[in-house]
Write a protein that binds this ligand. Sequence first.
Ligand code: NAD
Length: 495
Amino acid sequence: MTIAHRMGSKAWDGQSDRFSPVYNPATGEQTAQVRLADATDVDAVVTAASDAFGTWRHSSLSTRTRIMFAFRELLKRGVPDLARCITAEHGKTVTDAEGEITRGLEVVEFACGIPQLLKGEYSERVSTGTDVCSIRQPLGVAAGITPFNFPAMVPMWMFPIAIACGNCFVLKPSERDPSAALMLADWFSGAGLPDGVFNVIQGDRVAVDALLAHPGVAAVSFVGSTPIARHVYRSAAASGKRVQALGGAKNHMIVLPDADLDRAADAAVSAGYGSAGERCMAVSVVVAVDPVGDALVERIAERTRDLIVGDGTDAGVDMGPLVTAEHRDRVRTMVDTGVAEGAALVVDGRGLTVPDRPGGHWLGPCLFDRVTPEMEVYRQEIFGPVLCVVRAGSYDEAVGLVADNPWGNGVALFTSSGAAARRFQLEVEAGMVGLNVPIPVPVSYHSFGGWGDSLFGDTHVYGPDGVRFYTRGKVVTARWSDPRTGAPDLGFPAQ
Ligand code: NAD
């Protein structure tokens, strides 16, 4: 089977004949190939979106809202099918896939309120006979470039708000799990969205670079690894585009001596190994503040050994395979590196096999203790089921580790002290903070974004920042003087 692009309501092959394999990570079998667009294909889809913008920008707010509500209904009805499609290409459990769709659905629901969100401001009588209003207008064609790990949720962080604001959208999903985007586009079109407003172009770096250079693209939203985020930010900005580029992460969870250790261990295991650690908000480092190290590691290890790894479509499975065999091998090599560096491998998942699925991209959960900041396992984003415990002598040392980290996506503190929590919230260097919450992903009416190497750009995604990103301000100063009074005044108004 060949997976290709979508221009509005129509499936479209484009002209390029480069392909990339798509696998079922639980079996290791290739299930499809995806067509990789070239610059000519990108130009065709951006042109279709630009043409559609001429009409869509003038659509009424009630039309946009009605279509958004209809899309929400189709999406809600399609959750089981979409979740199975995600599991088949990504490998995460079906329950986890349903969870990611629900978080995306919340953004669609936020976008249903677009009339309220686009209300401008009005100042009456700023000077005699003069009023001023501020309005926000769409930008044109916005592009979204998204990672493999949330093939439905991350695109939904972007396109519902962009489109509700009156823009047209070109989505370039990950070539590793390209099908979810096509299902979303199909439902949006079924909800009454005019052709050309939402389009999907499949591809790799060739398609990305063509989008970044295309003069018809006004804004770029990117989510992926830090080196590519940096490249996207620089290239898009150099072409004069508005850009937000979210990068990788190394999220720390600090456990203070007064924390409930059972609760903290539950949180570390769920946030460390959920979705096989392939989450940008996964906890990858637990910082145990003296003297809780031994007791905490013992509790985390106990729970880690109990995790059931298997095909994400099977009931009772806690963790699925990794997305590709190459990624699994890279993560396993990082575990070898940690052992060679002298970290204590308390739980070793490298030997894991799954009955009846010998070709799956398996790696069992791995737990390292006594990791130090100089080690590669601490310095690299591993993006797999590997949790590192670092021992810290004090709260200050633990917070210093977060500040010294190049990324600043999410961070969590586990404590029973309100004073410690308040101090942490004020001084910690990260964009999203959890207090006794391990994965503090903001709800859709707040915005999502990290600091440092986790986000290049000024605005976070979705929520109020999403509306700001996908619109530009216009201020109108109007004077309607009574024609019966006075001659034209060329001076600056004084009263
Ligand atoms: P990736 O950077 O490899 O790919 C992301 C997108 O960029 C894909 O669409 C891909 O086709 C494209 N791409 C890949 N190489 C490119 C290149 N050389 N030039 C131009 N485009 C290129 O990321 P991934 O492996 O798909 O996803 C995992 C990464 O994404 C992790 O680092 C994770 O932390 C990060 N992530 C971050 C967030 C966040 O909110 N900050 C959310 C999800 C994932």
